[in-house]
Each structure stands twice: as structure tokens, then as C-alpha cells.
Design a protein around this ligand. Sequence first.
Ligand SMILES: *Cc1c(COP(=O)(O)O)cnc(C)c1O
Length: 471
Amino acid sequence: MSSGDPTFSRPLNAAVQHALAHLGALDSLPVGAQANAKTLRDRLAKPLDAAGVDAEQVIQDLAVDVSGGLHTTGSGRFFAWVIGGSLPAALAADWLTSAWDQNAHNYGCGPAAAVAEEVVGGWLKSVLGLPDSASFALVTGCQMAHTTCLAAARHAVLEQRGWDVEKLGLYGATPIRILSTEQAHGSIERALRFLGLGTVHWTQLPADSNGQLPPDVLTAALATDPSAPTIVILQAGDLNIGAFDRFAELIPIAKKHGAWVHVDGAFGLWVAASPRHKHLLRGVESADSWATDGHKWLNVPYDCGYALIADSSAHAKAMAHRASYISYSSEARDQADWNPEWSRRARGFASYAALRQLGTDGVKDLIERCCEHTTALVCGIGSLPGAEIVWKSQINQGLVRFLDTKPTASAADHDRRTNDVIEYINATGEAFFSGTTWRGRRAMRVSVCNWQTDAADVERTIACVARILER
Ligand SMILES: *Cc1c(COP(=O)(O)O)cnc(C)c1O
């Protein structure tokens, strides 16, 4: 088949045209999706033909049918949740990943995919300031990075007590105690559930007014059952205020009790690339495992997360498996020794492309730029009449809220007003935000994770909110 053969070129060219049309319109498309579920279902729920449909037609129809049903997450004015854009090189590499269709199970199934991951792992450790000797896995997201890291933790803390969890399971094992702060992300709970660790053994400790776990609170919690196998989960950037635990103080306390320390750094771990912000991570390199994302702040397309583990032996014992029908490599890294999946996407190519496009200065600029724009948005919106700053951002997450101006307004009225204003902003299509309940009050999250966001986006967004508050 030559490149002139239409079998692939027709659907792929159609995809390129639609992709370029979408990407070229990022500045003018409504930022939030406008179509409702009924509209989308009416368009997409076509009868499944017995004979199938021409490949190019499938793509043309798909692009038409989803229109209005996509959030413009690539827009510089998408500030909801923690959602990055896609860097051009990463997006292009992601397309090639599908065209090449490698099974990145191990080196034998896809040599270049295995080596690309090997290289990405080294680059990640260097950019994130983590130990060179740490093992790693490229997984679907931070959720699976937690699951991978905590499987290694489960192995290690039980092995210390002579228990082989891979062989014996958890039946009859001493329960593992989990300690975190109360703002631990929901993906932690799910990882505990997947791994059979049981949420009943999980204690969420109170954080201080800065969202940090106080050392004396950790010390007291550890002392309640000094001999229990323990995993301590710390936070590098929580999703409401971007709080960082004080690793340099907390990790030695946990280690003194023989605990495994895991760090949720889904986006916050990336401030390691910024001389201005990396002090927030002081001491983080002495943890036992770290989970972070590529698809958030690094702007790799979904799905892309990274698990990094200091004790590579615990990591391998939790994950590795040998099957007689697969050939293993002695000269390169086999991903199956480190990853929870069997067959898997060669997702290393997109991370490789993102890191190469940016370079170390580019990662630093991306991180610092997002932080600056967050501060400008929080201060700009928060100083408008009828608005209030709830949390001035220290990195790329801040909170504002909107006040009901009637003199008798109650807390519930301010909450309602905040929800309403978020809805009004999103309905304009000018920007898109999400809400949260933080310390008992509704607030609007300001979260900037996109390489495309610039000062013009910030101004345009503040102007949009100002118009809404005036009416
Ligand atoms: C997004 C997020 C997660 C979950 O990551 P996924 O990549 O969505 O699985 C975990 N922790 C924090 C702090 C997050 O922001």
C-alpha cells in the first residue's frame, strides 16, 4: 500500500482537517460544551449497520455529531478542575502512537516504545528532582499511579513483618494502617479499595489553616499504634488551594516508625521545575513513592500518569510476572515488570515528545506562567465588586466566591450566588470554571494548567466576570 492509497488517507485526512479546524477555533469556540445529553444521544445513537459504514464517513459523521458537546479544554480560558491542554508535539506523537499501534507490554512487543519509556523515566526523575535509582511506570493517570505505588507499599510493609502478600493475599495479614490528611483526593480512597486495604483502616487527619498536616498530629497518630504496618500519604498540591505538606519535617517522623510515605503530586510535583516554587517540595525526594500526571500540568493528551518508587524491588515484586509465551529482554527495560496493565498503549511517545518540545526551560516557563496567570485571575476577579478572594493562589490553584449583596444575606445566600455566577460565566462560553465546597463554603476554583493561557485570556475572563457582576 502506497501513501496514495485512500484506505487510510481518506479517514486520516478527514481527521486532520477536523482536528485543525477545532484547534484553529480554540479562541472563538464556546469554552464549555453547549449541547445537552438528549441532543448528543439523538445524533450519536444511530442503528449499528450490519454492513458497516465507509471509514471516512464514520469520521465525518462523528465530527458533526459531537459538535457542541465538547468542552474546549484546549482553550486558554478553560479553568475548571485540573485539566491541561495538549502540546503540539505531544498531540502529534499521540496520533503516531495509534498509527504505529505498538503493544507496550514489554521490549519484545515494541522495542522503540520500551526504550522511549526508559528515556522518559530518566527525564522525569531529573525534572522532578527524584532519586536516579527510583523505578517507575507510565500508567493511565494518577489514579493508577496511586494503585501501583500503594501495591508496592502494601508489599513492603507486610514483607517487613514476614508476610508475602502476593502469595498469601490479605487474609490473615495484620491490617495496614493508612494515614493522610482530610483533603486527600478521592483517587486515594479508590486505590485503597482496589487493593483490598479497606477504608476502615484509613484515618484522615486534620490539616492546619494552610492545609498542611501538622507534625505533632502525625506523631500523635503514629503513636496510637506504634507497631502497626503503616502507609502515610502526603500531598504535593491539593486541588482546592494547592497545599503542600512539609515533607522535610513529616517524612523523617513517618520513617522513624517504619512507615512507607507516598506522595500525591498529581500536578503539584511539577513545581520542582520552577526555581521560584520548588521550595514547596523541600524534602519530598526522601519519600518512598510519588504519583503524578502527564495529562494535567505537562499538557500531554489523556491518558498519561506516572508512578515513581524508591524501592524498585518492592515495585517489581508487586507487579512483575513471567509468562512462557513472552520473550523477556536482558538489554532493555520490560514495562510489564513495573506496570499493572498487560497489553497497553505505547504512551511513552507522547510524554517523550512533550518533554523534548519544552526542554527543561520550557517546563519551568509553563509552570511559572500558569502560576502567574492564576494569581492575576484570583486577584482580578476577587477585587471586583460583589466578589471576594477566598484563597490567594501560591501555585496554580486559587479560590474566589461571589456575594449576595442584600443586607440580610446569609451564608446560604452567598453559596447560592456563587453557584449562580459560575453558571452565568460558563453559559457565556467566554470561560469555564468549576465550583467546590471548601471549609463549609461554596467557592469558584481558579485552576490554570494550559500552555496556551496568556495575559489576554486573563483580561478577557476578568472582563466577562465583571460584566456578569454588573448586571
Ligand atoms: C487529578 C488528581 C488525581 C487523580 O488523577 P487522575 O490522573 O485523574 O487519575 C489525584 N490527586 C490529585 C491531587 C489530583 O488533582
